[in-house]
Ligand binder design. Structure first.
Ligand code: FDA
Length: 312
């Protein structure tokens, strides 16, 4: 059950996730770093490759995310492209089953939309040459339309096997987006949504977000396109399994996706039952906003940090 205090903590944590001035202080605190290590595979490419090897050994696939969002300069955005090109080359070399996840604000979307397209295009072109896949993460609703426009442009050039979108079931617009993207054969990762949004654009109540998730999941599963069902919510997973059985879909018709460090038991259980499962593996130095969104999803995590801070 979600309580009023959960709502309040979630909003407060999401507000703090956007305060870049807090980032330097927070990332130096040991309890923060300790808890962050549960959700972030490491700060370097080699650490993340080790994490991917461990996942592969358990029959899990990965999608790597080099953490750094809302970059502020063209140079920073170009540096992110270089990081992704190194990452794709390393994945190829090591031979782990992995794709990449990319944020468009990491490519410059907040200050130059055509630069963001150009940068994302460079990453998708490289992934295509390596027969890999780029999932374009979805960020705040202020950039939803621009993000989908860019994904569509990349999809028309590189095709469904090399680039896909993310939709968030908390947004009121998402059901229509799901129908449109399926008609265009764009691969979608369906998640609930992790940002602070107003009731004008997003459902404020969890039960409406969940109901929207189930409606969208059904649209995706009916489409014959290979989508990702991204959730740790067992009720959403059960609803997906039940619908897939009813529609007589084979196990490889879609994949489940979960975040690194969350519900590892469920990840392994689904993989053992023969379902494709992909783990989203974030890494890099700029983990503060990602980590704060994970805290906001489960404010109970915050008590771990508070207790350890008080212990000194
Ligand atoms: P819900 O929040 O209801 O949680 C269900 C259960 O999962 C909880 O009861 C708990 O057991 C466990 N759980 C969930 N979060 C936890 C946490 N942080 N710590 C510990 N346990 C936790 N969002 C977005 O806006 N844009 C994006 O591009 C993506 N990408 C993405 C990729 C993948 C692979 C996943 C799984 C998720 C995302 N998300 C995302 C995040 C997503 O929107 C959502 O915030 C989280 O997945 C939490 O929602 P659940 O569906 O897990 O349900």
């Amino acid at each position: 059950m979600t309580t009023a205090s959960d709502h309040l903590s979630r909003s407060a944590l999401l507000f703090l996730s956007r305060q870049s001035n807090l980032k330097d202080v927070a990332t130096r605190l040991k309890p923060f770093r300790q808890l962050a290590a549960r959700f972030i595979a490491g700060e370097t490419l080699e650490e993340v490759v080790d994490a991917a090897r461990a996942l592969t050994a358990k029959g899990l696939m990965a999608s790597f995310d080099h953490l750094n969002e809302a970059v502020r300069s063209p140079q920073e955005a170009r540096d992110e492209v270089k990081q992704y090109l190194r990452l794709l080359a390393r994945i190829d070399q090591v031979g782990v089953k992995a794709s990449v996840s990319l944020k468009l604000t990491q490519c410059g979307l907040l200050f130059d939309r055509s630069l963001a397209l150009q940068n994302a295009r460079a990453v998708v072109a490289d992934a295509t040459a390596r027969d890999s896949f780029v999932r374009v993460d979805m960020e705040e609703s202020a950039v939803t339309q621009a993000t989908l426009d860019i994904v569509r442009s990349l999809h028309s050039e590189f095709g469904e096997r090399h680039v896909g979108a993310v939709l968030q079931s908390y947004l009121r617009r998402t059901e229509e987006d799901a129908k449109a993207l399926c008609a265009e054969r764009v691969r979608v990762r369906l998640c609930k949504g992790a940002y602070l949004e107003g009731p004008d654009v997003a459902f404020p109540d969890k039960q409406d977000v969940d109901a929207s998730y189930v409606r969208c999941m059904r649209i995706l599963l009916d489409s014959g396109v290979y989508h990702g069902i991204a959730t740790h919510d067992e009720r959403m997973i059960d609803a997906t399994l039940a619908y897939a059985a009813r529609q007589q879909l084979p196990k490889g018709a879609f994949e489940f996706q979960m975040l690194y460090g969350i519900r590892r038991d469920l990840q392994e259980q689904l993989a053992k039952a023969g379902h494709p499962v992909r783990v989203y593996v974030p890494y890099g130095k700029h983990w503060y906003p990602y980590f704060m969104r994970r805290l906001a999803e489960r404010p109970a995590n915050l008590w771990f940090v508070m207790r350890n801070l008080m212990k000194g």
